[in-house]
Write a protein that binds this ligand. Sequence first.
Ligand code: SAM
Length: 274
Amino acid sequence: MTMVEPNTDIEIRLLIEAIYLKYSYDFRDYSGASIKRRIHHALRQLECKTISALQERVLHDPTAFMQLLQYLTIPVSEMFRDPEHFLAIRREVVPLLRTYPSIKIWIAGCSTGEEVYSMAILLREEGLLERTIIYATDINPQSLDKAKQGIYSMENLRTYTENYQRAGGQQAFSNYYTAAYGNAIFDSSLRDNVTFADHSLATDSVFSETQLVSCRNVLIYFNKKLQDRAFGLFHESLCHRGFLVLGSKETLDFSAYSEQFEALAKPERIYRKR
Ligand SMILES: C[S@@+](CC[C@H](N)C(=O)[O-])C[C@H]1O[C@@H](n2cnc3c(N)ncnc32)[C@H](O)[C@@H]1O
């Protein structure tokens, strides 16, 4: 006897396929449970009764698709998120990065840019920012626009300041931004050497050789096949002995690339290409 899929699962597959065919965004290899949760959340927010109704709407209305994209991509970030991770980059990775005459860093899935400004501040304090190019990529154009502006709500600045200090920050965090109308406007020179670009780990290929790739809190949303695709891109992009930094809940263990990397600081998820 063949098992019949529940209607919801069929509708989700059709929606994901429709998005791929119409807009070329490929969510087919995202983790099933998480995509299901996000689609149900989007249904409520976009006031659609069924997933089929949502599909009909996004197929005919690109604005509705952009709204749905905000729910599917989870544009959540924080400055110096997991401070011990940035501290480990400062202590373990920076001394080795220093040996390169010029440095290229790829921040994949940079969302609204908090990770990019954190990395730029750390590199400036270590005297490396001027000889570094940072490629900051994401699939969400609205997030990339926000990242380019570098303006964040003052409400979050207390947390960001604490994170910065715990990450080994050397100055007053307020030196890096100007407060205005409830926002913190970050020093634009931090992004002088940053290129923000649309790039999908699901469909695009490698674009540059890099010394460090940071991809944090993105792979948790992918299934194993797509995680392996992303690891393949990072492996190809990284120079000999380059560094790979993952999020606190992500690991190279059990991946197709586990043998190609060694752990440099395992608890902080920092790896080095063999
Ligand atoms: C939770 S945020 C992580 C932001 C940041 N890296 C951090 O750790 O704070 C996940 C980001 O991954 C991006 N993303 C999702 N699928 C992607 C893909 N296929 N290629 C590149 N980025 C993707 C989303 O748009 C979102 O901005």
